[in-house]
Ligand binder design. Sequence first.
Ligand SMILES: Nc1ncnc2c1ncn2[C@@H]1O[C@H](COP(=O)(O)OP(=O)(O)OP(=O)(O)O)[C@@H](O)[C@H]1O
Ligand SMILES: [Mg+2]
Length: 224
Amino acid sequence: MLTVENLRMYFPVKSTGLVRRTIGHVQAVDGISFEVPKGGSLGLVGESGCGKSTTGRLITRLYKPTGGSMTFDGVDLAKLSNRELRPVRRDVQMIFQDPYTSLNPRQTVGAIVGAPLAVHDIVPRNQVKKRVQELLEVVGLNPEHYNRYPNEFSGGQRQRIGIARALTLNPSCSSPTSRCRRSTCRSRRRSSTCSRTSRRSSASRSSSSRTTSRSSGTSARRSR
Ligand SMILES: Nc1ncnc2c1ncn2[C@@H]1O[C@H](COP(=O)(O)OP(=O)(O)OP(=O)(O)O)[C@@H](O)[C@H]1O
Ligand SMILES: [Mg+2]
């Protein structure tokens, strides 16, 4: 369902001064390949800075890759324009790692979780609140939390808000990161016993200095 081949992301390193020239590249992701079958999940494990988050951002196309392909349901996400990506964004969702910076502190939980429903016209406006409250319940929060602000929640509860937001569009593919707990969502609990699999080739690399990359020992775990 999702096939990633030889995915690369090189960030340019600019010189300081008036004219900022590109003087090198950070090889954040350098030739990673894996497959995630329908209904399956994949865990990406590796040391800090080895390119895990960058891989997630590439799959959700927050970054345009330097090279490689990411085929999702037969479409290469790497080649799509912003306009072509719009329908895909309904199917590919991100659950952010840091619940303190990924939620707008000025918006209520209702507005945060309800925003994707409004943007994509998923339910009639008068049913948005009901749907958001259902989702809050699915992730183990109280539907009465609808009018609360993110600062009124614990870190774990904020993570659940992020998960509820990701679930609003019934995505086929979501990119959760480290703070997800096994108890957060039933569908995730089913897939939490990961078995080691061999990736066809995985070479996610990071750079310790600005332009030199080193191998990181990133490994992937997948379960069905
Ligand atoms: N926008 C950017 N510009 C330049 N370099 C970047 C950028 N984003 C990430 N990097 C670099 O790319 C490498 C990979 O970063 P990434 O955030 O993907 O690591 P990670 O595996 O998620 O680390 P952690 O486990 O600490 O979250 C790091 O060396 C980082 O400094
Ligand atoms: Mg990260």
